[in-house]
Design a protein around this ligand. Structure first.
Ligand code: SF4
Length: 405
């Protein structure tokens, strides 16, 4: 290899990380030509036939199969799910099943990884007499734009860079559950922890009991909105840009003055809600309340009447009296489902443009039917397998989270 090529490879790994996982290159990586051909045939089938065939496999496999449907999933897929919920709760619930042999996760890649880690926890495997559970993702291209914004090589490079100006023994890494297993394992190895959108505040408090600073990734908005609740000033939260050459684009002084170092990542869905959407709905519908997810930017979160996790959004609507008017800033499929389930309330989508999780939307009836019929025929497709070392350290970070109250 020439010196120039070696230097290029070093630069690419050090500063750029792996190629962003676009849906197209994931399809190329994940699906063999025969799978692409089979899927093309499934795509020609009518929804009615696909529904019947999916139902037939579910009946045949019974309790040995668990289909998990994330709240942001489209209705036609959700209808076939045994359990519906957010990513972490789904994985926890699935891990409790004694009869389950296969989990089909209708969500995105990091969710299937978490399900694999929890369902194949050593204690659970022992309870099943050594039997592991297979976790399948019907379309391997169902990634998460936010999770893909923090590659492990980039996070490790950032950690090494910051260790040149601050004592990283005093930095507690916190990763949002919406991240690759490799990042959860990084947190496990470095005294860090995982958080969800419902426990982020308690987790950051836990971190400050153990260190002087928090390194929060991959979602800057959840990190910022939560730290603000803890009365940390925005000036104490530098944003680390993995594509900047020096200290993530920050001065040494800013890193020294930091309390929470935020990774420059975001959710492509929640990032699209704007303060002008809030103002417009308040003008058009006097008395309307704004309910948003904390993955929204601060400029929207600060204007909301209620901000909270997917679970909190659902509970808030469920517990509100008839006639309440809501504008909700989260994924479109969930808002439309809440609208259908609560006709006694007036529910609006916060944005005038469609904000849906396009990668999750890749899981459709043809992919689900293809996955299930292969399983029925003894062929396991699209299995997500977290390697033992990554699984072990990820579990440590997840278990630290479970111990936080
Ligand atoms: S909604 Fe955002 S954070 Fe959730 S899976 Fe989709 S891209 Fe990722």
């Amino acid at each position: 290899m020439s010196i120039a090529l070696l230097l290029f490879c070093f630069y690419k790994l050090r500063y750029l990380g792996p190629n962003p996982l676009t849906t197209d290159n994931l399809v190329t990586l994940s699906e063999s030509p025969s799978a692409v051909h089979e899927l093309a045939l499934y795509k020609t089938l009518e929804p009615g036939e696909l529904n019947q065939r999916i139902a037939a496999v579910r009946e045949l496999l019974g309790d040995s199969l668990l289909i998990l449907g994330h709240h942001y999933q489209q209705d036609e897929v959700i209808e076939h799910s045994d359990l519906r919920g957010d990513s972490y709760k789904l994985s926890q619930m699935a891990a409790e099943s004694k009869a389950c042999k296969t989990i089909v996760f209708c969500g995105v890649h990091f969710m299937a990884e978490t399900a694999d880690i929890l369902a194949n926890h050593p204690d659970k495997v022992q309870q099943r007499d050594g039997r592991r559970v297979s976790v399948l993702l019907p379309d391997l291209a169902a990634g998460c734009s936010m999770a893909d914004m923090a590659a492990i090589a980039q996070v490790e490079a950032a950690w090494a860079d910051m260790s040149e100006v601050i004592d990283t023994e005093q930095v507690i890494p916190v990763t949002y559950v919406n991240s690759a297993a490799s990042l959860k394992a990084f947190c496990g190895r470095h005294g860090g922890i995982v958080c969800t959108s419902s426990n982020a505040k308690a987790v950051i408090e836990w971190a400050f009991e153990r260190g002087q600073r928090v390194f929060f990734f991959p979602d800057q908005h959840l990190g910022r909105n939560t730290a603000l609740e803890l009365e940390i000033e925005e000036s104490e939260m530098p944003v680390w840009d993995p594509y900047a050459l020096d200290l993530g684009g920050n001065t040494e002084e800013a890193i020294h003055a930091s309390r929470v170092i935020l990774w420059k990542g975001h959710c492509s869905v929640h990032q699209m809600f704007r303060p002008e959407h809030v103002e417009s709905l308040r003008t058009q519908h006097p008395g309307i309340k704004i309910l948003v997810h904390p993955e929204c930017p601060r400029s929207v979160n600060d204007l909301a009447d209620v901000s909270g996790s997917t679970g909190k959004i659902i509970d808030t609507v469920q517990n509100s009296p008839a006639g309440t008017k809501w504008a909700i800033g989260t994924e479109l499929h969930l808002v439309n489902r809440l609208k259908a389930e609560h006709p006694e309330q007036e529910i609006h989508f916060l944005s005038p443009v469609v904000c849906m999780c396009a990668t999750m939307y890749r899981i459709d009836l043809p992919h689900l039917c293809w996955t299930l019929e292969n399983l029925r025929d003894g062929s396991v497709v699209n299995e997500i397998n977290v390697d033992a070392e990554t699984g072990k350290w990820s579990l440590i970070a997840l278990e630290r989270m479970l111990a936080v109250h």
